[in-house]
Write a protein that binds this ligand. Sequence first.
Ligand SMILES: Nc1ncnc2c1ncn2[C@@H]1O[C@H](COP(=O)(O)OP(=O)(O)OP(=O)(O)O)[C@@H](O)[C@H]1O
Length: 456
Amino acid sequence: MAEVLLIEDEAVIRKALQRLLARNGYGVCEADSLEQAAERWQLDGFDLVLADLRLPGEPGTAAIERTSAPVIIMTSYASVPSAVEAMRQGAVDYVAKPFDHDELLLAVERALKEHRLQRQNAALKAHVERDYPVHGIVGDCQPMQQVFERIYKVAPTDTSVLILGESGTGKELVARALHERSERHEGPLMAVNCAAIPESLIEAELFGHERGAFTGAVGARSGLVESADGGTLFLDEIGELPHQAQGRLLRVLQEGEIRRVGSTSARRVDIRLIAATHRDLKALVAAGQFREDLFFRIDVMEIRLPPLRERRPDIPELARFLLQKTCQRLNRAQLALSDEAIEAMQRYDWPGNVREMENTIERAVILSEGATITPEMLGMPAAAGPEPPPAEGGPEPVRQDLSLEEYFRQYVLTYQDRMTETALARGLGISRKALWEKRQRHGIPRPGSGGGGRSG
Ligand SMILES: Nc1ncnc2c1ncn2[C@@H]1O[C@H](COP(=O)(O)OP(=O)(O)OP(=O)(O)O)[C@@H](O)[C@H]1O
């Protein structure tokens, strides 16, 4: 039963309200002023406070600060503007006198329901944060604990951060976590992959350009660095930044100023830089390919992400997390990973790291027809499994980083001469019927239907 504190100085109205609420299953405590209520009870101990705006002594709105329960303010018609003011101060609702009983009960019900939901959400959020110390980053092993610790410490500062790690280890995820936990979290996060922009365009893309600054530049345009003003600039693969662009970036970091390509004047920008690379920047400096002064500017704080093969104990948890995420994204019922699948994943070296695992799981989810994902569906050998990859001397196992369609094609073409249709289908984690359909769709007929493969 929800407990309501009713604060109303007019005895007739208070009694009528008390009866109405009690009839509808609420427990009610009454007071004629805030002072009296505070003397008698802990204001925090109620599920809801229903207070008149005009009371002897403090107004009803003063209750808002003294309780974590939702507060509904009651007011007469004449003072609707002050009711609006009450909402601004944090009341969850207001009801105008004289009351319509149904309306009042509806307001009470709604306030209680919303408060319950808020509390549930807060509990859920706390649970998620407890499970994964930094939102959305799974990892319990010692090296990942160190990563989380660094994130906590460095995120709230304005220090430049250099994230190091092989491709697919989660560098962008860490950059996002740093931004979200910084004072700049309400500002933009601009993520730029320096390796993905052609060298001839990168300066203009990053720093903007003036009208006619180079062939093809029709109008003036601001760059990505300017768009990050007030927020965070994440430069992925910073080792790929051409020399001239390195100079411009240094100026932004040193002087807080940006000069567009083709412009003589500078504009002020306020950015925090997070950079990432899978390359050895010190070696690039030694080889004269990366400016030493820029290196020292960005290498203030390092966060090193270990490759997945060095955090094998985290693989089961990570695989389940990615499977759940993928099923949700693809609108599929939740699937499970068999014990053998988990073991196979723990044995594998994951050269493409977490991204490769994510792709492998996504492919298995799309191909799967049952509720459990087996090692074969992941394209991995079970410990003692008879299925591919085949015996020594046979063809190379099919690569894991292919698109779904290409993986199917390669798998079938690689193994169809040495495997029955049943074994092929099992290896792909699909039924024989689905294999036949896919063969039709992808234009890879069974060798038996025109060639000499085995049937099964
Ligand atoms: N510890 C982790 N927990 C959960 N998901 C992860 C984790 N690490 C990486 N991922 C996921 O793996 C994918 C690849 O991560 P991300 O893009 O951050 O890697 P990256 O190191 O920036 O890769 P690249 O260097 O190739 O750009 C993303 O979808 C990311 O959400």
